[in-house]
Design a protein around this ligand. Structure first.
Ligand SMILES: [Zn+2]
Ligand SMILES: [Zn+2]
Length: 422
């Protein structure tokens, strides 16, 4: 092909070091003099090399640039099935754009974003896993971020970025929606911190708690629907597409709001297969619940966090081929990479159903605004005030103490096997 620069050649052939060297020596990353208007980023995306793709983006590659037939780098990468590159390009957010807020602008005496918060916030922005559980975990793991004052500053910066994405010359609805989504997750963390959920465990459990019957995480679904509804720019085409995709779906059916949103923002299909951690949605989870063998986790932390709700459906998922008692089950050889059940755990929980009563994290679902907003946009079934309160208080009625804000509910539950391990 005519007009290829050395950088394009190197990207095309996935030569990482050559690309690095050329960029260090000032190669023009946005040159599109190639005969079909291809850029180095397009070649990087086509090659499927994520390191080179990231390098081009870091060097300032314009991801919205199009070739002679109007295709962006992400669209071209998607066409040849390089999905990791697509996700990378779609989720790229330059460090410089966030860093701008760490310096006082105009008449400001202090910056909108304290510099120490930029790194943990950037990590969340760049995350390609939009599972709200994962996002809350990212907040939780950063002591700087998991703080009322810090979260207030961060969500305001996210709102400003959202506005900027909408008002810039080439309106970027995808990025605007992502900024808005992160802002909403941060605000949710903030409201739980204010309710004395110091380690955000109650929020995590609210997001994970499966409803009676099928174990579907209803609160999480409603949270995401609500986030979409609250997107402040209602003329956005993306918002309308999301609403049309989600509105007719009854809560609990496919597609979930999470999968629709993920596909819109990252270009990735979320398949509810065994590849994704049942707790945080990370890809490549390999630890399997040995009882039901139906769910996988990335590690013990995720498994422990999920157990309070999974144990209620685990037994129904677990269908032994022959009648076998728990003692026999324990003698079955364990696979190296699987959860080994060393205690009677799930098999014998019937005797201790009472502790289920303490799980009352549904608080958020009953927020008046959620109920009314869902009615408003028809993003979900009507949630009457009565229904909402009865679903929340089912637990509080049977238990005088609210375990939602306990530090570590699963570990203190009498039925929770503390030595349940992988
Ligand atoms: Zn996980
Ligand atoms: Zn299980």
């Amino acid at each position: 092909m005519h007009g290829m620069t050395p950088l394009m050649h190197a990207a095309c052939k996935a030569q990482v070091e050559v690309c690095r060297l050329l960029l260090q020596h000032g190669a023009d990353v946005n040159c599109n003099k190639q005969e079909y208007g291809y850029t180095a980023l397009m070649f990087a995306g086509l090659s499927g090399n994520t390191e080179i793709t990231a390098m081009m983006l870091d060097a300032g590659a314009e991801k919205d640039q199009v070739n002679s037939v109007g295709r962006t780098a992400a669209q071209m990468a998607a066409f040849v099935g390089q999905h990791n590159c697509v996700t990378l390009i779609n989720n790229f957010f330059s460090w410089a754009r966030l860093e701008y807020y760490t310096r006082p602008q105009g008449l400001e005496t202090e910056p909108k974003l304290p510099p120490k918060l930029a790194a943990p916030l950037h990590k969340i922005i760049m995350s390609t896993n939009l599972n709200p559980v994962k996002m809350v975990m990212l907040v939780k793991e950063s002591p700087l971020l998991a703080d009322v004052g810090a979260l207030e500053k961060c969500y305001r910066v996210m709102d400003l970025l959202c506005e900027q994405c909408v008002k810039q010359q080439d309106m970027n609805e995808v990025l605007a929606m992502k900024m808005h989504y992160i802002s909403c997750v941060l605000r949710k963390c903030l409201s739980f911190l204010r309710q004395r959920d110091h380690n955000l465990n109650a929020l995590l459990k609210s997001l994970l708690k499966g409803r009676d019957g099928d174990g579907f995480p209803q609160y999480q679904e409603q949270f995401i629907r609500d986030v979409i509804r609250k997107f402040p720019y209602c003329e956005a085409t993306l918002l309308q597409e999301l609403v049309y995709s989600i509105a007719p779906v009854e809560i609990g059916n496919d597609p979930t709001a999470f999968s629709v949103l993920t596909q819109a923002l990252t270009g990735q299909m979320v398949l509810m297969d065994s590849e994704f951690c049942a707790t945080c949605g990370e890809r490549g989870a390999e630890k399997r619940c040995t009882l039901c063998r139906m769910v996988v986790y990335c590690g013990q932390a995720c498994q422990s966090l999920h157990w309070f709700t999974h144990k209620r459906v685990c037994k129904t998922l677990w269908q032994p081929s022959s009648q076998m008692d728990p003692a026999q089950l324990r003698e079955l050889p364990d696979h190296d990479d699987e959860v080994s059940v060393t205690e009677d755990s799930s098999v014998t929980e019937d005797s201790s159903v009472t502790e289920d009563s303490g799980v009352t994290e549904d608080s958020g679902v009953t927020e008046e605004e959620t109920a009314s907003s869902l009615r408003e946009l028809h993003l979900g079934p009507e949630v009457s005030e009565a229904d909402a309160s009865s679903s929340t208080c089912e637990a509080s009625a049977s238990s005088s103490t609210c375990e939602a804000f306990d530090d570590d509910v699963p570990m203190t539950c009498p039925a929770f096997p503390t030595d349940f391990h992988f």
